[in-house]
Write a protein that binds this ligand. Structure first.
Ligand code: PBG
Length: 323
């Protein structure tokens, strides 16, 4: 019997003791801030369902990235809302599109920021799906070349990391090959390896104007009941050349984060998605929870589960809170 020999409360008695024995802690460099870029200049628009998150034109995105870097947030991931959408998402590879312009603006304003770009077609297609449509579904193989062209365009603009979120099979290999062929062997690839068909993306789709006009994404994103399948996705993306992998969403998928951590040694990210953010903000605004405390608890839990990096809309405020 361990009691009274072991009294665990001995090491919980003071903040200093608790800090000394804490197994998991947060730093601003753990966070990757998602930023939404719109066309134009001097534009800043709030997102109703995501208080504290704005959509900005490239010039202001550059300034926001600098402010984040000054707080120690070393990386951002860009999502673009283009002027033009068509069936094939052609504007995704436009060198004058919002993402490419923002990459250049950030590199000018904040050279040390690691600029990541989301690679997907749903913001650029008029039907809102993540690839080209054939009949009533998304056609995997013809989509790969379009995604690869988008990645090459972002690399040309100066992106450090491209992050495919479309969930087409084989896209990591296709993007890696295209980058290498075009002279971008040093551009890294963060794969949204285990991305689930989730109800938690609702506020993002408002911000990115990417809600599918028919059907849903269940025929290409993963089923929420599966974890062994996530392991397969992670292993095959690493085999195809992913430098880092991601689990998304994060909050209700911490077992998936842990499972991914156990099978690979590449850096592991998780995406604390828009719906997770909106829930915390809504409850805090009602006075039902302590928003700061709950946010830091959630972010700590992602790291405890095994995440090395956290994509989160809380990046700025959390960095201010942890100092
Ligand atoms: C797709 C993409 C989505 C998110 C990131 N990339 C939405 C989707 O798959 O429908 C969601 C992020 C969030 O909810 O915060 N390009």
């Amino acid at each position: 019997m361990s009691f009274p020999l072991h009294r665990y409360r001995r090491l919980r008695r003071s903040e200093s003791l608790r800090t000394m024995v804490r197994e998991t802690s947060l730093a601003p460099s753990d966070f990757i801030a998602p930023l939404f870029v719109v066309p134009g200049k001097g534009v800043r628009q709030g997102v109703a369902s995501m208080p504290g998150v704005d959509r900005t034109s490239a010039d202001l995105t550059g300034k926001d990235a600098k402010a984040l870097a000054d707080l120690g947030v070393l990386s951002v991931i860009l999502f673009g809302i283009p002027d033009h959408k068509d069936a094939k998402g052609t504007s995704s590879a436009d060198p004058e599109g919002p993402v490419c312009r923002a990459v250049r603006a950030i590199k000018a304003e904040s050279p040390k920021t690691v600029v990541m770009t989301d690679i997907c077609l749903c913001e650029y297609t008029d039907h809102g799906h993540c690839g080209v449509i054939k009949g009533d579904t998304v056609d995997n193989d013809p989509t790969l070349a379009i995604l690869a062209a988008e990645a090459v365009a972002h690399a040309k603009a100066g992106a450090d990391v491209v992050a495919p979120s479309d969930m087409m099979d084989g896209r990591v290999g296709a993007i890696r090959a295209a980058l290498d062929k075009e002279g971008f062997a040093d551009v890294a690839l963060l794969s949204y390896a285990a991305k689930y068909a989730s109800g938690f993306y609702g506020p993002f789709r408002e911000a990115a104007e990417s809600t599918p006009s028919f059907g849903d994404r269940r025929a290409y994103q993963m089923d929420p009941g599966n974890v062994r399948e996530a392991v397969k996705e992670v292993l095959s993306d690493v085999a195809e050349g992913a430098d880092m992998v991601m689990v998304k969403p994060a909050l209700s998928y911490m077992d998936v984060i842990r499972a991914a951590k156990e099978v690979t040694n590449v850096p592991l990210a998780c995406y604390n998605v828009s719906g997770e953010y909106a829930m915390v903000k809504a409850a805090a605004a009602n006075g039902w929870i302590d928003g700061q405390r709950v946010t830091l608890e959630i972010l700590t839990s992602f790291k405890r589960a095994g995440a090395d990096l956290i994509l989160t809309y809380h990046a700025k405020e959390a960095s201010q809170w942890i100092g």
